[in-house]
Design a protein around this ligand. Structure first.
Ligand code: TRP
Length: 350
């Protein structure tokens, strides 16, 4: 059947043409962003923001679901993550940066959505499941001390996404279950209360995956294996000198057998803006220590401008506050428009 005869296909095309792309991404402010974030998602975020209306949410409410006992850490890192994002040089006419807790409509929508999700479904979310296991010091062995808030954060994330009627969500692999669940919630809402939500799509990251300097699968603050975007040139050198390698002679790229060295080679290629194949010949016969110094130099050159800008922005508290005020206004307006539709559909528009 030609596409114009298929009603569904036609409607789908019409919706695609009519709806503007609205990008939403969120960062949990639990630590300053590091070079893993930078090469994994921030560079893509900057490109995407040049093409589409973009919202970047500082997910403080979500960060509190496993940091409720450390609110100062979350508050401090809101400003760190804000500065990390601003140093990318985003066009603030097109980009809205805002704090999740400043938008009470998200909390309101979370409550309504919580009726549309079963506890069993939440327990099956693979990302949440893995996190509960990892955080046994918080949630106990077998999750005996699991909180309602943590188990339910995918519902709150659905509210993050749908409150702004965003439809394109750039994510890493681990966030796919959240987008899937968001679509389920939106579908159920639309079926029960009437069409309010467009179903959001994920944009799977094409960024480079960087592992920790200790060889751990992820750079993470708690493992102390990161180079932060705010780190100085000296700190970068110190951290790279201490980075884990192996006792094999020479430098080569083989992520399976030499994960740590290969990670450093990848970083060298990224920082010198060349392919891995192109950089290998000059590295192959180097001693590990010399290679590390070469990498440090290249990394320090690459981030010099970014770091200077970030330091300037971070020091300017009035500017940070101004950006957040603007972000709050813009996000509030859009979220309130959504909530008026939601309250009407749910017959609670008294
Ligand atoms: N869960 C995301 C993370 O851990 C952060 C996040 C919160 C998010 N709300 C979001 C991402 C909405 C995308 C859309 O990285």
């Amino acid at each position: 059947m030609p596409f114009f005869l298929s009603k569904n296909n036609f409607l789908e095309r019409l919706i695609t043409i009519m709806s503007e792309t609205i990008v939403l991404t969120g960062d949990r402010p639990t630590g300053p962003l590091h070079i893993g974030h930078y090469f994994g998602s921030l560079i893509n975020r900057r490109e995407l923001a040049k093409q589409h209306r973009t919202f970047i949410m500082l997910a403080d409410v979500q960060a509190l679901t496993d940091n409720w006992d450390n609110p100062q850490k979350v508050r401090d890192n809101v400003y760190e993550v804000l500065a990390d994002n601003l140093a990318l040089g985003l066009d603030l006419d097109n980009v809205t940066l805002y704090i999740q807790s400043q938008i009470p409509q998200i909390a309101e929508l979370t409550v309504f959505f919580s009726n549309l999700v079963t506890i069993n479904r939440l327990k099956r979310n693979p990302t949440v499941k893995a996190e509960i296991e990892q955080k046994s010091e918080k949630f106990g062995e077998d999750g005996v001390s699991l909180t309602y808030g943590f188990l339910g954060y995918p519902v709150s994330q659905a509210a993050d996404i749908l409150s702004l009627q965003s439809n394109l969500i750039p994510v890493g692999e681990d966030q796919l279950p959240m987008i899937e669940q968001t679509r389920e919630i939106a579908t159920k809402f639309n079926r029960i209360y009437g069409e309010v939500f467009e179903l959001p799509k994920e944009l799977l990251s094409t960024g480079s995956r960087i592992i920790g300097l200790d060889g751990n699968a992820k750079m993470s603050k708690s493992l102390n294996n990161c180079i932060y975007l705010r780190d100085s040139a000296e700190e970068t050198i110190k951290k790279l000198i201490k980075a884990k390698t192996d006792s094999i002679e020479g430098i080569s790229y083989n992520p399976e057998f030499r994960p740590e060295v290969s990670n450093l080679v990848k970083l060298y290629a990224l920082c010198s803006e060349q392919s891995i194949e192109a950089v290998l010949p000059e590295l192959e016969s180097m001693r590990t220590g010399d290679f590390k110094m070469k990498l440090a130099e290249s990394m320090n050159d690459y981030f010099a401008e970014f770091r200077a800008k970030r330091a300037e922005i971070f020091a300017d508290k009035a500017y940070l506050q101004e950006v957040l005020e603007k972000g709050k206004r813009e996000a509030l307006e859009r979220a309130e428009q959504t909530m008026q539709k939601v309250r009407q559909a749910m017959k609670i528009d008294y």
